[in-house]
Design a protein around this ligand. Structure first.
Ligand SMILES: Cc1cn([C@H]2C[C@H](O)[C@@H](COP(=O)(O)OP(=O)(O)O[C@H]3O[C@@H](C)C(=O)[C@@H](O)[C@H]3O)O2)c(=O)[nH]c1=O
Length: 185
């Protein structure tokens, strides 16, 4: 399992090893000790699984605030996605910046999106499944969003807005600049 920090070093890209043979392959998809060695020691308490039918489904930008803030360990188990993590920690040297990774059933890569980051993904093909572990329980009261196409964030999405499918909640999310600070660095 290869784990490396991305341009915003708190976000980790995990590349699990696959052992192939004539049957197919085997892979460890979560190894606590490997993450601990990379500096991540919080405990995952919930596993999530979503299915998105249309290509260009965008879910995000989402996060939960305390007391139910969440780290997320994200992977795509069917199809492929672009996964995005935005630093929203007030005072962080990388505040407002983001990193991206292509996660697919084929490459098996995972993204560790830590507390203090907003998370979104867009599906690159029809019928994508995304599975992720989180370190805090879901809480409707703690659930927050930032507008996916906030111009201050400058995220380049793979499709134009009219080709994306979003929830009503996500279409109407506030801009980062209009939101009170959620996390302090
Ligand atoms: C996220 C979540 C939702 N739900 C419920 C609430 C709602 O009725 C339904 C759909 O919720 P949402 O529209 O918020 O689902 P979705 O837009 O897929 O939300 C997810 O997006 C990605 C990008 C993330 O990072 C996740 O943390 C989560 O926010 O599922 C739970 O019961 N538990 C959960 O953990």
């Amino acid at each position: 399992m290869k784990i490396r920090p991305l341009e915003i070093p708190e976000v980790l890209l995990i590349e699990p090893q696959r052992f192939g043979d004539e049957r197919g392959w085997f892979s460890e998809t979560f190894r606590e000790a490997a993450l601990a060695e990379a500096g991540f020691t919080r405990r995952f308490v919930q596993d999530n699984h979503s299915f998105s039918a249309p290509k260009g489904t965008l879910r995000g930008l989402h996060f939960q605030v305390d007391p139910n803030a969440q780290d997320k360990l994200v992977r795509c188990t069917r199809g492929s996605i672009v996964d995005v993590a935005v630093d929203i920690r007030q005072g962080s040297p990388t505040y407002g910046r983001h990193v991206k990774a292509t996660l697919s059933a084929e490459n098996g890569h995972q993204l560790l999106v830590p507390i203090g980051f907003a998370h979104a993904f867009v599906t690159l093909e029809p019928d994508c499944e995304v599975q992720y572990k989180v370190t805090g329980y879901y809480s409707k009261e703690c659930d927050r969003g930032i507008f996916w196409n906030d111009p201050d964030l400058g995220i380049e999405w793979p499709f134009p807005a009219e080709e994306m499918t979003l929830s009503e909640k996500d279409k109407n999310a506030p801009l980062l600049a209009d939101s009170a600070p959620f996390f302090v660095y």
